[in-house]
Design a protein around this ligand. Sequence first.
Ligand code: GUN
Length: 289
Amino acid sequence: MPATLIKGSEISKQIKEELKQEVSLLKEKYNLVPGLATILVGEDEASKVYVGQKEKTCKELGIYSERINLPNSTTEAELLLLIERLNNESKIHGILVQLPLPKHINETNVLYAIDPKKDVDGFHPVNVGKLMLGEPDFIPCTPHGIQELLIRSGVDTNGAEVVVVGRSNIVGKPIANMLLQKKKGANATVTICHTGTKDLAFHTKRADILIVAAGRPKTITAEMVKEGVVVIDVGVNRLETGLVGDVDFEAVKEKAKAITPVPGGVGPMTIAMLMYNTVQAAKMQSGIK
Ligand code: GUN
């Protein structure tokens, strides 16, 4: 039987509606307006789209948004100075530097400069460490979106065999870590596969839940999954024929129990969870539980 679709576009709407109500309540009760600064350096077309979507969603939810576009010629020192200013600006609760950065800027130096309390991406080592210890302040947006998709579509992760394909700091490593925690929406047996994995299909065929963040179309074909698998496709590949994920969707959906489409799966969840983190940041900085 063909898979049911896990529609991130629908689930994210629900989360945004919850957040909109919370933002309204924060304004009414505490005169608090969460604020997010987004910084884009250079002219990467995909990044421009992402930052534009983030700004638009802030507006929809009543979150204050400051968008800072910098030329490709911006130096690392200039960017670090801007971050320092935003670290000290009280109406800004969250700072997001869109990645990738131009090659002449050291990404690590930039991510380390963001005040961990304003690190709504959850990329600062303090937040990475807290996540790993199971005590996160900010969960990175894409893995958080994946976990919410699983929870809200009733996928039981408890004791499940989860296979993650991809070991990036943004998706693979954090989602694997989150799903192995002894918590609700987690407690899975997790395997991480990557470009060094000898027999990828051996692992993917064992998966009850398969999370694919490999960055390559058709990394997963129908022969590589078992009947009844739940597939989360994190891939965003722009082909001439349109946007596709990392999974051969048409073939795999015939074997899967449930699958996320691309677009309309994980993508919209990432933005919703960024909004969630911004609201959390505002509450934390204001001493509101
Ligand atoms: N580029 C791709 N994904 C992300 C993300 O989650 N956060 C930031 N800042 N940049 C990205």
